[in-house]
Design a protein around this ligand. Sequence first.
Ligand SMILES: Nc1ncnc2c1ncn2[C@@H]1O[C@H](COP(=O)(O)OP(=O)(O)OP(=O)(O)O)[C@@H](O)[C@H]1O
Ligand SMILES: [Mg+2]
Length: 401
Amino acid sequence: MSDPIDRLLDAAESGKLIIKNRESLHFSYKPEIILHRDSELEQVTQSLLPILKKSRPSNLLVYGKPGTGKTLVVRRVIDKIQARVEKSNFPIILVYSNSKEETTLYGLLVNLGIQLGLNDRELPSTGLAISEVFKRILNKIKKEKFNAIFVIDEIDYLAQLVVKTGKDILYQLTRANERLEDGGTLTLVGISNDLTFKEKLDPRVISSLGEEEVVFTNYDVGQIKKILEERINESFIENSVDEPAVNLIAALAGGEHGDARRAIDLLRVAGELAERHQSDTVTIEHVREATQKIEENKEEKSLKSFPLHEKLVLLAIMKANGSSTGEIYSSYKNLCKVIGKDGLTQRRITQMLSEIELSGIISGRLIHQGIHGRTKKFKLTISSEMIKKTFKEDLTLQDIV
Ligand SMILES: Nc1ncnc2c1ncn2[C@@H]1O[C@H](COP(=O)(O)OP(=O)(O)OP(=O)(O)O)[C@@H](O)[C@H]1O
Ligand SMILES: [Mg+2]
């Protein structure tokens, strides 16, 4: 039997690779051609246009379901404006930041400030009050007479950070302009895929952030297919993705709400699997295998992110002699004893079961027991192999999995 490493290297060398440009399948890739989004591209451009006429654009709220091209479209408009600004001497500055990538409100503001040209002495990465960081950002805009556009992507996460820190920063950001007077302007562009986001905001924030709104509609299956075909041209060698495979990806990603990100993820994983199997083409089977793999990765990631006692509860469900809350609790207590940790109260565990249920990893069912009242029974919705495999990597749990 040949050496597995050599076998793979041979295959790579003998040219059995069907992906010619891997980068264009990466999530951060910005395709040259943006299909089906002319109206959204126009609306976003229209809204920001005043900046080129040296006046302040209205704040803008962009929203739509995940994978509908919001980040792509807004970044494209910003890049194009930026390219023109570089040729003029009017001080326009465009900054982009993704709230999901920051863990604190402080971090997000510092990130924006650094992009405005503040250095780490003027804006140290810790130690100032939030209001002070904000003041320094505004002072910079005033001093340089900047016409600034802050794009805050996944702004719903910022709203969450704000709730945690209890600062009124979103409100202040949307109204910053009033504090600038003649010294520059600040426009806020917020992007969100949480359609209920608006309902959660303070009405004062909505009215100023949503001065203008662009809503991204869902792609239909046909549109997703066109996007896929375009991407296949860029990234695969000719005729290496079967038509039925493209149709299946489009149907899977387009079926629910037209998520282009899911479509491209599926395409990438299916392509990699096809190469691994040394196939000349991507087939429906590769797509099926890809959906399964993506699903498993998601489960694994969500399992890994659980804190210790949640993990113990999942193991307890796996090992319990029955599925009622009481049975799960006694199995949990046992596991705690084995690894030498104090167990939490039954009340807390009951509550935890409901929380885990929300993540979809377990499902619960109320059972009526006549005069004995009712009890809730739980079972895992994922395989116990997946739990074993994932928790084996956790040093504390290794011995009890
Ligand atoms: N019209 C399109 N043409 C080509 N590629 C697209 C198009 N729309 C989206 N994509 C691709 O799909 C992926 C997701 O798009 P994007 O990141 O813009 O979605 P989004 O609306 O910002 O989603 P989220 O709300 O989850 O952040 C990206 O890889 C992007 O390149
Ligand atoms: Mg996005």
